[in-house]
Design a protein around this ligand. Structure first.
Ligand code: SAH
Length: 241
């Protein structure tokens, strides 16, 4: 089994030094696939300096404009954030997070681990594309680690989990879940159907949409289950009424 399919994604990294340090952190643990969403400065000499022997990871990094460009075909997308959210995703500590990534990448499906920008972290709209949230437990007064330190810690756990994939396979879902592009299409369809019935009116519109997203997101429906959900949405849709 290879852990090479695991994509490490940095959303809007603002310090080039951190990008280099992330490449180094990945390399020490055998991970190679780095993606950067709207990096502020890249490529840069500072990133190269901090990469120490890991420059090939920087050279082969994928640079994209939207998070969806990297995670659109991933069935498992884990967003790393220390912050609790109003509408929480299923939470994992690093060990369980690594076990799940290793188990699900074994089926050769791409999987992704997403990190936020240094100052403000992942936005809710980024987490909306994630299936889970990873939280590194901390002990002191500060709950957020430096970006490269967080990547190092998770990559270390992935390396350990890949050496002993034993218990991880238990976590693999029985059916292959749909990927985010298909889920987004369903959420759009559901929204149109519910709108046609006036279900999403008022102040709670966005909150209701997020609650439904979390509910269906937890279920991780397979493509055939999603087809079934599309039929339900079609039934709900009040055409010409
Ligand atoms: N102030 C930001 C923290 C940014 S640290 C915030 O409030 O979210 C940069 C990134 O490192 C975060 O977006 C997250 O992906 C990761 N990270 C740092 N500490 C973490 C922790 N305790 N648990 C999970 N991810 C963490």
């Amino acid at each position: 089994m290879s852990i090479d399919d695991i994509r490490i994604v940095l959303v809007e990294p603002s310090h080039p030094g951190n990008i280099g340090a992330v490449a180094r952190a990945m390399n020490t643990m055998g991970l190679t696939r780095l993606s950067l969403v709207r990096p502020r400065i890249f490529p840069s000499a500072e990133a190269d300096d901090r990469a120490v022997g890991s420059i090939p990871i920087l050279r082969s990094a994928r640079v994209v404009g939207e998070l969806m460009d990297v995670v659109g075909d991933c069935r498992l997308v884990i967003g790393c954030s220390a912050r609790a959210r109003t509408f929480p995703l299923p939470e994992l500590e690093p060990r369980a997070c690594a076990a799940l990534l290793v188990a699900e990448s074994a089926g050769n499906d791409p999987v992704a681990l997403v990190f936020g920008t240094e100052r403000t972290g992942l936005e809710n709209r980024d987490l909306d594309l994630c299936t889970h949230q990873a939280v590194i437990p901390t002990g002191g007064g500060i709950s957020s680690l430096n970006l490269a330190a967080a990547v190092q810690l998770l990559c270390y756990e992935i390396h350990l989990a890949a050496r002993e994939p034993g218990d991880a396979t238990a976590a693999r879902p029985a059916r292959r879940p749909s990927h985010p592009i298909a889920m987004e299409t369903f959420y759009d369809h559901l929204e149109r159907a519910l709108d046609s019935r006036g279900f999403l009116e008022g102040d709670l519109r966005e909150a209701t949409k997020t609650k439904l997203r979390r509910l269906f997101g937890r279920a991780r429906p397979s493509p055939s289950e999603l087809k079934f959900l599309h039929s339900l949405a079609k039934m709900i849709h009040a055409e010409g009424e």
